[in-house]
Every structure is written in C-alpha cells, then in structure tokens.
Write a protein that binds this ligand. Structure first.
Ligand code: NAD
Length: 306
C-alpha cells in the first residue's frame, strides 16, 4: 500500500482540507457526488475516483467530510462501502460532525473489519480550513491517533485527543452546546446593557474581566464595533452559520436523550436558534442571534416574578 490519501466529501470544508494536503505534496484521490466539486479539487492536483470503492483501492488513509450521520452510514457501511472495499489495516478518519451513535457504530464496524478508525470532527470553520488552522477533537486508539497526527497537523493547528473512538464527536457536541448557550447569554447581556443606556464598549471591557466572561463574549462579541474582525462587524456574514449551530444543538439534544442527561438550557438554546433560523436567518452568523434578542418583536415569555 502506498502513502496515498483518499478524500470523500469535497464541500465547503472538505475541499480546502484536501487542498492543504495537496499543497503539502501528498497524493490525494477524491470522490464526491457533485462532479463540479471533484473537478475543482482535481484542478488543484488531486486524482478523481469514480466511486467510494475506487477511493478505497490503494489508499493507506481515507478521510471523510460529510454533512450528517446518514451520509456517513451510506459511505462506510454496506456492499461497495469504504469498510468493505478498503484493504485491512487502512486508517479511516471521519471529520464529519454527526451523532455519537452513528460514529460509534461505524467505528466498531471498521475495527471488526480489520481497519483503524478515528473520529476527528473540527472546530474553526471554512476560514480556518483554508489556512490549515482547524482544531481537531479526536476519538480513537492512541496508536491510530498518532498514525493520523501528521496528516491532521497539515490541515490543522491542534489535535486534541478526547478518548476512545466516538469521544471526539461527543466532546465536540458538548462544546458546541455550551457555545450556543454562552452566545445567547452574551447577546442577552450586551443587549440589556444597551437598553439600560450603558456604554457597550465599557460594559464589554468590564465583563471580559469579570465573572460573567465567556469565549463568545470576549472573542466573538455579538454586537458590532466592539471586537475586531468578528462577523457582527460584517453584517453577520458567517463565520459559523445559525443553521450549523442549530444542527449541533439538535445533535446535543439527541445525545442528551440517549444518555438521559438533563440539558434544559441546551433545549432552550435549540428552540431560540430554531426560531432565528425559521425567521429567515439560516445563513446569518450565529452571533446574529443578538438581532432576535435585541429586537422589539420578542415573543418569549418573561419571568413575572410571581
Ligand atoms: P457541505 O454540504 O458543503 O459538503 C458536504 C459534501 O459531501 C458535499 O460536497 C456533498 O456532495 C458530499 N457528499 C454527500 N454525500 C456524499 C456521498 N454519499 N458520497 C460522496 N460525497 C457525498 O458541508 P460542509 O460545510 O463541508 O460540512 C461538512 C461537515 O463539517 C458537516 O458535518 C459540518 O457539520 C461540519 N462542519 C462544518 C463547518 C462549516 O463552517 N461549514 C464547521 C465545522 C464543522
């Protein structure tokens, strides 16, 4: 087997990730259901494959970057799938953000077939993918993670090992649930400060050094003109879209249900982001939730204090 890499799923994230591997001089064979997406990456030096099985043939490592669990199941499981077609010992890396149950089921099937598999979902988004600065939250056996590390370090800056296979996606879902909740909290606090007539910049500076600080407040302020380089300063162009945040909050609720975990704020954050998405903001950055919270047409109940 050569050190050839297979790459399946060349969308907003997969294409720039594959490009980083090509820029590093690696041989990459690619497949996507969209011919246009394949052509773009072939134009950068990749080799087109006609199917998942053709990618598997001769690849030492195969990376997938697919939309959701259903796509991952269809690529990995069944006749002509990756697990079926890859030579035993192939390293399979799924970077998709999917449900924990699918990730663990696919991982177990891969190991049973004699492969090594890790889940390696990313944080950072398209901009980070373009410059090779993604962060990977990785689940898998130590030796598989170390085998994958040189490739992950071409596409990203941090490789964080969470635990056994499936735990990378588990940590990512917990993290993004917390992020969604904290973004709403930051937006509520900053919008209330505005309505109270407080100076937004001074409020932000004081809160950033006080106990109410959070990552989105400090680094990704949902009000314009306070922190440099954030989507709020650019009409809330994503960045990380509200639709993506809703997807991750849904995954969190699925995980909470299966684990019988209590996540009342996670559930409420999902309801708020769904409301935002349904009112025409699927492609607005998730920090744009401040527009919903700051708007006059607020239809969430206030605590009457009784
Ligand atoms: P995308 O929809 O742009 O790309 C997905 C690609 O997969 C498409 O090109 C599609 O044709 C291809 N595909 C679907 N089914 C396939 C199959 N059976 N065989 C081959 N190709 C198939 O999605 P994206 O934005 O690149 O996101 C990919 C994953 O990364 C998602 O799980 C997403 O949640 C996660 N993610 C995205 C971002 C972001 O900012 N876009 C950030 C972090 C994580």
């Amino acid at each position: 087997m050569s050190d050839r890499i297979g790459f399946i799923g060349l969308g907003n994230m997969g294409a720039p990730m594959a490009e980083q591997l090509l820029n590093a001089g690696r041989e990459v064979h690619v497949f996507d259901l969209s011919e246009a997406s394949v052509e773009k990456v072939v134009g950068l030096g990749a080799t087109a494959a006609a199917s998942v099985a053709e990618v598997a043939d001769g690849s030492e490592t195969i990376i997938t970057m697919l939309p959701a669990g259903t796509h991952v199941r269809s690529v990995y499981l069944g006749a002509g799938s990756l697990i079926d077609a890859a030579a035993p010992g192939t390293l399979l890396i799924d970077c998709s953000t999917i449900d924990v149950e699918t990730s663990r089921a696919v991982g177990a099937a891969a190991v049973e077939a004699g492969h090594e598999m890790i889940d390696a979902p990313v944080t950072g988004g398209v901009m980070a993918a373009r410059v090779g600065k993604l962060n990977f939250m990785v689940g898998g056996a130590e030796k598989s993670v170390e085998r994958a590390r040189p490739l992950l370090e071409i596409m990203g800056q941090k490789v964080l090992h969470a635990g056994p296979q499936g735990d990378g996606i588990g940590v990512k879902i917990c993290n993004n649930m917390s992020l969604g909740i904290c973004m709403i909290a930051a937006a509520e606090a900053m919008m209330m400060a505005k309505r109270l007539g407080l100076d937004p910049k001074r409020t932000h500076e004081i809160m950033s050094n006080a106990s109410g600080m959070s990552w989105p407040l400090v680094n990704y302020c949902p009000l314009p003109g306070i922190v440099d380089g954030v989507p709020a300063n650019d009409g809330y162009r994503p960045g990380f879209s509200a639709a993506m945040m809703r997807k991750d909050l849904r995954l969190a609720q699925e995980a909470a249900l299966s684990a019988e975990a209590n996540t009342p704020l996670g559930a409420h954050a999902l309801a708020i982001f769904s409301h935002f998405c349904d009112s025409g903001h699927l492609e607005t950055d998730y920090s744009g939730i401040s527009k919903l919270i700051g708007g006059d047409a607020w239809d969430y109940p206030r605590d009457s204090g009784e």
